[in-house]
Design a protein around this ligand. Structure first.
Ligand code: FDA
Length: 501
């Protein structure tokens, strides 16, 4: 394995020859732990037994990323790259197996340049989506970008896996709006779209982070939003008919006008319908009365605000968490709760009886929740081959399962509940494959096996066809072309499909 061939001392020496010393933190540095933890979200990946990096490089320019890759290649030390640190399995900064590796942490590479006339922007991977939303809207409040809900998500990892959010039914995923990118490949070269070629550019738009190089920045197409949008959050308990309303939502959510995205959070004995509408209260009330009268939404539920303000609301409640300025630019994360996430896709509505059973599961444990995010609209009109994200036409919604537990306690009970619930859900969701979303990374669905120092195509297929379906093979071919020795790898990176199989 690379660990036995690695020369950590020579690697560190090479870094210090090529990168300013203040940008490299060795384990012996007094700031090492602070830098490591700076964007870790979940305490279960920051323990005494977690396999930590040998060092952390914090580039301020693309040439530092190139130097780190060249040193790593030469001295047999792998790199993991971290943008926002929100990986659900912590793969951007920890290794599941014993391994010598360095981390390239892009938090200092985060400039955002908006071209208002072209309606485009260049955004560095280390920016958060909150910083991006803020920078765009401060330039022109009627421009925006479709991406995820939590302001501290890193652009680098988030775009690498697709990027779903409240504008997706109107404008698609983040990757449906990426026009160009700059990436450091496994040779340490800095390439733009023209230089990397269309297959490589295809793979980085949703094929999962950490497999195809280190994306330094992205050119994106901005989209238009009205000066005022309308938000609502309506809760229904089981006693108030939640089972019927959720059952009905499955048909409605994916077929509403594209301007309206209504997700559902199910937790305890309650379903909360959370919506952002690119239009006025009056027209929203008319739409809801026509398409979804079962929810009994009225003008009293309307909360008009700017689109920017809507992005600063809590993503699970749409409650206000502060002023947009404070919330969107705040990069700090707390280590309060550990988490385990999983995902499923639904193409056939789940029956009313099954929804009764699902609500019963929530009587058995208070710590879990599921989010249902509607597809349809723009996402469903993009072909499955256009980007690696294959969950397009025919998908009604994605389910995200989450359990949380406080740092101080063991998560065994919460995880067991989730495992059993997920087993139960198997009969209600897509099969062959049971589709999953790469950005909701879940190592339970498979980890790569490494043979002769290369991750095997067959081991990757187990999880890869669930994330990418028919696109997995094409991703593996791109990997073989751009990184045949499998330098950029983690437990769930796309393996190279070698020997023209
Ligand atoms: P992180 O830095 O941990 O990287 C994730 C992966 O990408 C790692 O494998 C890493 O090595 C790789 N990577 C990072 N930067 C890279 C780069 N520059 N080049 C190449 N590879 C790179 N998703 C979604 O679609 N919509 C949503 O609304 C949400 N909401 C959400 C909320 C919360 C609280 C969490 C924790 C997560 C989400 N997600 C989400 C999932 C999120 O999109 C996913 O975790 C992203 O990978 C996070 O990207 P980061 O850069 O923050 O992660």
């Amino acid at each position: 394995s690379v660990s036995s061939l690695a020369s950590p001392d020579e690697f560190l020496q090479c870094l210090s020859d090529k990168i300013p010393g203040e940008l490299v933190y060795r384990q012996s540095s007094s700031s090492f732990a602070d830098v490591l933890v700076s964007s870790i979200r979940f305490p279960n990946f920051f323990t005494n037994t977690t396999v930590r990096p040998l060092c952390i490089v914090t580039p301020t320019a693309a040439c530092h990323v190139q130097a780190a890759v060249r040193c790593g290649r030469r001295q047999g030390v792998r790199l993991r790259v971290r943008s926002g640190g929100h990986d659900y399995e912590g793969l951007s900064y920890r290794s599941v197996r014993a391994e010598v590796f360095g981390v390239v942490d892009l938090a200092r590479l985060r400039s955002i340049t908006v071209d208002e006339h072209e309606s485009t922007a260049w955004v560095d991977s280390g920016a958060t989506v909150g910083e991006l939303y803020y920078a765009i809207a401060k330039n022109n409040s009627q421009l925006a970008f479709p991406a995820g809900e939590c302001p501290t998500l890193g652009v680098g990892g988030h775009f690498s896996g697709g990027g779903i959010g409240m504008l997706m039914r109107k404008y698609g995923l983040s990757v449906d709006n990426v026009l160009d990118a700059k990436l450091v490949n496994a040779e340490g070269e800095l390439l733009d779209r023209a230089a990397m070629g269309e297959e490589h550019f295809w793979a980085i738009r949703g094929g999962g982070g950490g497999s195809f190089g280190i994306v330094v920045s992205w050119k994106i197409r901005l989209v238009t939003v009205p000066p005022t949008v309308t938000v609502f959050s309506i809760a229904k308990t089981v006693d108030q008919g939640a089972v019927d309303v959720v059952t009905r939502w499955q048909a409605v959510g994916p077929s509403l006008p594209d301007e309206l995205t209504m997700r559902v959070k199910v937790q305890g004995q309650e379903a909360v319908f959370l919506a952002v509408y690119l239009g006025t209260c009056t027209s929203l009330v008319a739409t809801m009365g026509r398409d979804f009268p079962e929810l009994h939404m009225t003008s009293a539920d309307c909360r008009p605000m700017t689109y920017l303000e809507s992005t600063a609301l809590s993503f699970t409640t749409l409650a206000k968490t502060g002023t947009p300025e404070e919330v969107l630019l705040n990069r700090s994360s707390s280590l309060g709760f550990s988490v385990k996430g999983k995902s499923d896709y639904v193409r056939q509505p789940i029956s009313r009886d099954a929804w009764e059973d699902i609500f019963d599961w929530f009587k058995k444990n208070g710590s879990g929740l599921i989010m249902l995010e509607p597809h349809g609209g723009f996402i469903g009109r993009v072909s499955t081959a256009a980007t690696p994200y294959p969950h397009r036409r025919g998908v009604l919604y994605v389910i995200q399962y989450l359990v949380f537990w406080p740092a101080a306690i063991n998560g065994g009970t919460a995880q067991t509940w989730l495992d059993k619930f997920y087993d139960f859900m198997g009969r209600h969701v897509t099969t062959n494959p049971r589709e999953a979303y790469v950005n909701f990374r879940d190592l339970d669905i498979g980890k790569n096996t490494v043979v002769d120092d290369v991750s095997t195509f067959e081991s990757g297929k187990v999880w890869g066809e669930r994330y990418f379906m028919g696109n997995y093979r094409r991703l593996a071919r791109v990997k073989a072309a751009v990184d045949p020795t499998d330098y950029f790898r983690n437990e769930q990176s796309t393996p190279p499909l070698l020997h023209g199989r």
